[in-house]
Design a protein around this ligand. Structure first.
Ligand code: NAI
Length: 360
């Protein structure tokens, strides 16, 4: 079973090799090829002769890439991530099956969002640099108690719910927004589903946890930023395209919001996961963004915990095993489900259904 991995780093290799040695895969003979290049039309030929491609968040699975993969004999794309906005599901239909890892450690991502928030709020990043330089002053480091403030969580799936629970633990009032509200959850933390406008207007912290879809691209834009409090901190561990970054830069420049903690950026595929420290940053928006003292940018690392990497490897290999053995597939994504408005629940509520329906 030959699997071509794209956009790989040493930790991917370590966790997948360790995963393959586990007892549950003793009946499988995996052969791994690890490529550092991102997957795109120009690199797709590297997958020739592999039945499976294992891709990550910044691999480009557009129609051209899919055509090239299909021509090279690839039968399965195993995404080692939850989001699948980088896959042209319509182009892939009928050619290659797509599976993903719907949840590996929602705690990892929610805890990172909380870390971004508190680092920014209490200026820990600035304090760290100051004390290392022998500067022990406190001027400019004044934060705010989270206790008694309001947090707005957009997207109350697995990750959003965990963050809401964490922030409730800080003593925050919780406002929620989701296409499918979970009232029982809201009640359990004394939270409330409110209109998006009210969430923007009342929240001191706004954290994004919905997938990127054509409908919610740029949900944070010049207009919605205007609705926010000056005290608002925006946290995004969802997808970069949820925010119109130019509008965010304007709002930060003009002091319209208090700060932004970002683990994702709309043009991140050009920079994230790579060492660009010896080159000028040619993306002017990114260059401006990282200059702000009240912006904290991490390089799509919210998922990066031991637990999550272990689970990503285990579930990805299990997806491949199920496919190879013809067992019911539980993590497939198909555009029919997405079109039917089940974009985020396709894999979790229709176990086996996509596989059974897709007789190609
Ligand atoms: P999930 O599928 O459990 O929850 C997503 C929720 O968003 C669902 O309840 C859905 O109904 C809701 N939703 C969809 N569209 C919406 C909209 N327009 N407005 C409001 N709510 C909407 O997904 P999960 O596991 O909580 O992950 C959320 C997102 O986090 C993923 O889609 C992915 O983009 C991102 N992510 C980021 C990671 C990182 O390392 N930074 C790692 C894992 C996921």
């Amino acid at each position: 079973m030959r699997i071509a991995f794209f956009d790989t780093k040493p930790y991917d290799r370590n966790y997948f090799e360790a995963g393959a040695r586990q007892e549950e895969f003793s009946d499988m003979r995996f052969e791994f090829s690890f490529f550092e290049s991102k997957l795109n039309p120009a690199t797709a030929a590297l997958a020739k002769g592999h039945e499976v491609v294992c891709a990550f968040v910044n691999d480009k699975l557009d129609a051209k890439t899919i055509e090239a993969l299909s021509a090279g004999g690839v039968k399965l794309i195993a995404l080692r991530c939850a989001g699948y906005n980088n896959v042209d599901l319509q182009a892939v239909w009928g050619k290659i099956h797509v599976v993903r890892v719907p949840a590996y450690s929602p705690h990892a991502v929610a805890e990172h969002a909380a870390a971004l928030l508190q680092t920014l709020n209490r200026r820990i990043h600035t304090a760290y640099n100051r004390t290392r330089d022998g500067n022990f002053t406190l001027t400019g480091l004044v934060g705010r108690d989270l206790y008694g403030k309001t947090a707005g969580i957009i997207g109350t799936g697995k990750i959003g719910k965990i963050l809401a629970t964490i922030l409730h633990g800080f003593g925050m009032k919780i406002l929620l927004d989701d296409l499918y509200p979970d009232q029982a959850f809201a009640q359990s933390i004394g939270g409330e589903y409110v209109s998006r406008e009210r969430l923007y207007a009342e929240s001191d912290v706004i954290s994004l946890h919905c997938p990127l879809t054509p409908e919610n691209k740029y949900m944070i834009n010049a207009e919605t930023l205007k609705l926010m409090k000056k005290s608002a901190i925006v946290i995004n561990t969802g997808r970069g395209g949820l925010i119109d970054t130019k509008a965010l830069v304007d709002a930060l420049k003009n002091g319209k919001i208090r700060g932004a903690g970002l683990d994702v950026y709309e043009e991140e595929d050009q920079y994230f996961f790579e060492d660009k420290s010896m080159e000028p940053i040619r993306d002017d928006v990114l260059a401006r963004l990282i200059q702000f003292p009240n912006v904290l940018l991490t390089s799509h690392q919210a998922f990066l915990t031991e637990e999550a990497l272990g689970e990503i490897a285990r579930v990805s290999l299990d997806n491949v095993r199920r496919w190879k053995k013809g067992e019911p597939q539980i993590n497939e994504i198909c555009y029919r489900c997405v079109d039917a408005g089940k974009a985020s629940s396709c894999a979790k509520t229709t176990e086996g259904r996509c596989w059974a329906e897709s007789k190609h």
